[in-house]
Design a protein around this ligand. Sequence first.
Ligand code: FES
Length: 166
Amino acid sequence: MHYAENLEAVNPDLNPEIMERVDEMIHRYADKPGSLIPILEECQEIVGYVPVELQEYVARELNIPGSTVYGVVTFYSFFSMVPKGRHTIKVCMGTACYVRGIGEVLNRICSEFKMDVGGTTKDRRFSLEAVRCLGACGLAPVIVVNDDIHGDVSAGKIMDILGGYE
Ligand code: FES
């Protein structure tokens, strides 16, 4: 049995259809040197993130150490090792937002959705990121959901705002 066929048992996101696409893609690169990063980029496009099991698979296919693949995935912030939600919440942790109470907003989001910064809700509705000044300090405190800027947010208002994103 090909190793790819076992992956679904350890990670349901790596089902046979997905792994077939991954295989085709890896074979397209064949033995081209310097192909690790593009392969990982395509893995992230196909699967949505690059879980450890997939890193090990790529390492095995390319005949390189798993630690090399892990090193690349963790070095570039573009790569994610956790699944992304349908909506990304960016919480501004810049000074203006901080002094105007973004901390309370962040705590509310974390406790309501039981996720931490860098995490994703179990139902993959939201991912949460903390970012530096978004350049909209006049609206502080600020969050961005996908491409929508929400200013003057508060712990009281945040659930209503996020309710608009299913
Ligand atoms: S500090 Fe939050 S937008 Fe500038």
